[in-house]
Ligand binder design. Structure first.
Ligand SMILES: Cc1cc2nc3c(=O)[nH]c(=O)nc-3n(C[C@H](O)[C@H](O)[C@H](O)COP(=O)(O)O)c2cc1C
Length: 354
């Protein structure tokens, strides 16, 4: 006979095992996308959001240190501009990178989207993602980004034409609607699925919310219920706890992290390893965080020259936010005009921490 204490222990262990197995098998299944001749498998259910002005090749290179297999995205690229030669390096540099990278395109012109998607495919894109969520007026007023939510027929035409033109999978990233009152996100998602989208990412806010309020994971759950294709939940997932809660609520096939990774290129790898039950993840120390800032700055200068310092400023500010007593450090970095001096400021900080 087991004593009361032992049977309680066994019960607890069984619950932990059950939860572990549940996560392993329900949440950690790779996501299969058939494509149209080039199937893709997403092995890591924690994805990095496309972030304009942030997820360039230097930031992606940093993320890779902790998340070698994660699906990352380019910043959104305008298809028409690409056809004119602008932003082409954002696509051509894919060839030099390891790991899966989706190219995110935006436009309201189906033909331009087709041309851009073919170019991205030929340069090694893992998949093509169509932006249907960008709230920026300059883009939405012309009919691109989130404005496509209001024009279901045009959105479907773009998805259909792009899907027919490439062999890799075509996916979309969108929001819950234009406004709460006018939104019918389940209908929209079903139409995109019919048009050929093989995966849908939902940011749980409407366009008019911008980034205000909370991401509505319940609403994402309702969309998941009506779809046959995989769904990725996005919005306000900033740590492993959020990730588990979001997956539990939405029953999504994966999650996408955006702002949480600003200044924390390790976050995708960290959340993913916790999801896989790996408790040995080495969260960067304060000193290692300064070293990450130095590496990031050096890489940006290598790729962009002196202009790299301007791009680095926001990253340095985000990364150093996590350093104790960083106010002075951050303000001197923001004022510094020469890249080498900026590196020295960080190196001095590092030495002072020895
Ligand atoms: C600085 C910034 C840039 C963004 N750029 C893009 C983009 O290029 N494409 C896109 O689909 N979403 C973009 N987004 C939206 C994010 O990908 C994401 O959907 C949103 O921030 C919600 O997720 P989060 O709460 O994890 O940040 C951007 C958001 C921010 C804050």
């Amino acid at each position: 006979m087991l004593c009361k204490y032992h049977s309680k222990c066994i019960k607890l262990i069984s619950i932990i095992l059950f939860i572990t197995i549940y996560f392993m098998y329900e949440f950690l299944r790779p996501i299969q996308l058939p494509g149209r001749g080039t199937p893709r498998e997403i092995n890591n259910i924690v994805l990095q959001s496309p972030l304009s002005g942030v997820t360039d090749r230097c930031f992606r290179k940093l993320i890779r240190k902790w998340a070698p297999e994660a699906l990352l995205f380019t910043e959104m690229v305008n298809a028409t501009s690409l056809g004119l030669g602008y932003g082409i390096q954002k696509i051509e540099e894919l060839a030099e990178e390891d790991g899966p990278i989706g190219v995110q395109l935006y436009d309201f012109r189906p033909k331009a989207m087709v041309k851009a998607a073919k170019k991205a495919e030929s340069e090694g894109a893992f998949l093509i993602d169509i932006n249907m969520g960008c709230p920026v007026k300059k883009i939405a007023n012309k009919g691109g980004g989130s404005a496509l939510i209001k024009d279901k027929d045009l959105a479907a035409e773009i998805v259909n034409e792009v899907s027919q033109a490439v062999k890799i999978p075509v996916t979309i990233k969108t929001r819950l609607g234009w406004t709460k009152e006018t939104s019918a996100p389940e209908d929209f998602a079903i139409e995109m699925q019919k048009a050929g989208a093989q995966l849908i990412t939902i940011h749980g806010r409407t366009r008019d919310q911008g980034f205000k309020g909370k991401s509505n994971w319940q609403a994402i759950a309702s969309i998941k219920k009506v779809l046959e294709i995989p769904l990725i939940a996005n919005g306000d997932i900033n740590n492993p706890n959020d990730a588990i809660k979001c997956l539990n609520t939405t029953k999504a096939d994966g999650i996408m992290i955006g702002r949480g990774s600003l200044g924390k290129p390790w976050l995708i790898g960290y959340i993913n390893s916790v999801m896989k039950g790996n408790t040995s993840f080495q969260y960067p120390s304060q000193k290692e965080t300064v070293q990450i800032a130095i590496d990031h700055l050096k890489e940006l200068i290598k790729i962009k020259g002196d202009h790299g310092l301007l791009i680095a400023r926001k990253h340095l500010s985000w990364t150093c936010q996590n350093i104790k007593n960083s106010k002075e450090l951050r303000s001197s970095l923001m004022r510094e005009k020469t890249p080498l001096e900026a590196i020295k400021i960080l190196e001095r900080k590092l030495e002072s921490m020895e």
